[in-house]
Design a protein around this ligand. Structure first.
Ligand code: ZN
Length: 206
């Protein structure tokens, strides 16, 4: 099974938490994920060189170097949690799904069965390189899916507020940028959406 919601929490991209499940055990898992607002963070120094290499490789549109840097980040992440390293595959232009009302582009996904993360280097329409921040944030998002499944006993790895916050913490930590606490707005059906306007005003704790 693949998760391929846009899978990137970048400013401007609409992020909505998953529907609240009805089944008792899934609901219990969903609530646990929602309440878990932080994770143990690895030593950021282990990441900075690879993160810088990732930025340079994306700028140079070097797929092989992008894949190497993303894989190295996945290795450091897995070492910190003492879990199996997920595979990482970097691909070209993002797949698009077009319906009457929307166009969805897949930024990344995570395969539950093979623990493979796939990331796309180029946008789907005019095939521009994916912005570094978007790419790194997608990688962190997929790493958090892997962590949910293999380590946090969250086998459905729902997109909850807690999930997005864990992924956001990891992203800012490895990039060395200040965390912006996410501001949530209620969305019909007991769901939540990231309020980017308010989040971007949020400078976080000083
Ligand atoms: Zn996801």
């Amino acid at each position: 099974m693949l998760i391929s919601l846009s899978d990137s929490a970048s400013p401007g991209i609409v992020m909505i938490t998953d529907s609240v499940p009805k089944k008792k055990d899934e609901l219990e898992e969903y609530k646990r994920s929602d309440a878990l607002r932080s994770i143990s963070l690895p030593d950021a120094n282990e990441f900075f060189a690879n993160v810088a290499q990732l930025e340079a490789a994306l700028k140079a549109e070097d797929k092989r170097a992008t894949q190497a840097a993303a894989s190295a980040i996945a290795v450091s992440f897995a070492q910190h949690f003492q879990i199996a390293k997920p595979g990482v595959r970097v691909l070209g232009a993002r797949p698009r799904k077009v319906s009457e009302t929307s166009v969805t582009e897949t930024f990344g996904d995570y395969d539950f069965d093979t623990a493979l993360i796939r990331l796309w280097m180029r946008t789907g329409v005019i095939k521009k390189p994916t912005a570094f921040g978007t790419f790194l944030s997608t990688l962190c998002h997929e790493l958090c899916h892997h962590l949910d499944v293999v380590h946090l006993e969250l086998p459905n790895t729902f997109h909850t507020r807690g999930f997005y916050e864990r992924a956001g913490l990891l992203y800012h930590h490895v990039r060395g940028t200040p965390v912006r606490p996410l501001v949530w707005s209620a969305y019909p059906g007991g769901r939540f959406t990231i309020n980017w306007a308010k989040t971007m005003q949020n400078k976080g704790p000083r």
